[in-house]
Design a protein around this ligand. Sequence first.
Ligand SMILES: [Zn+2]
Length: 336
Amino acid sequence: MMNPPEYNVTGIDYSRREHFVYRGPIIDIHAHVTLTRPADAPAGKEPASIGQAESMLQTGREFGIVHTTSMCPPEDIAPLRERFGGKLTFNGPISKKTFDEQDDAAYGLLERFLQAGVKIIKYWSAPRGRERGLFVDAPWRMECTRRAIAAGIRIFMVHVADPDVWFGKVYADSAKFGTKTDQYAGLERMLQLFPNVTWIGAHMGGDSEHPDHLEALLEKHPNLCFDTSATKWQVREVSPRRAAIRSLVCRYPDRFLFGTDLVTRHELVREHYVSRYWCQRTLWESSWEEPSPIADPDYTPQEGGAPTPILRGVGLPLDVLDQVYYANAERLLGMT
Ligand SMILES: [Zn+2]
């Protein structure tokens, strides 16, 4: 028997949408819409294709997504903008490829993104990036932040930490990767150093396992928001503590932003995109209680239980959904 596809391990009918209660527009603040090439194509041979971006954004439209903020290479911005116009804004990720790469390479990349008119600058700073020196508060990132602010950037996105379960497995060597708590020191430093811009902590600030920690961060740093992206992770960790997460989002409704973390890839089928939009909306706006349709290698099934975690909908009230799905991002991106 063939394994079921990762985007639908339970054989769910994704046309079931009667549980969607929200009728307004949605902004996806965290996605990776790029041009794509076959993974096995020799570099520079195969022309980049816009087809996956078309497929993803068309699918998003079905789910109410009217605008998406994309992280993509700087050279993809012009062709994507030409094709999709005002449906996209851009977020420029600034990293180094190797530990030894010169700071000037990062500044050059920042310059290209600024020239291309990005709205957000992103610092990916997961524990596995430490070997490359990708600390969120690395001196060259501080300098990038100063330069970006001087050029008019008012929003920065960071990826700090990773799921709790990873710290017991891939990051078990805490001398190398740091503890989960360690991941937040650099972020807090940046929040304090640059208080007059907005910081978005990607993937529920990297800590949906601990709503109390998220609340402490929100309380302490008025310039911090979180996005809801990384669908598998949020389904797995928000579901078992949905009451606490609901309460948190309802008490800070202007500090959360809808995001998917969908990535265009050359071989993806449309239903992959469907699965993430469907699960995100199901998680935030319904009271759904069934095994998640998405394969999740980080989930340890109970004996005799379902192979995927139970997706338990948070059921946010409509006025809160309006803020999280749309109004907060609209305000931040200056679309009003
Ligand atoms: Zn992402």
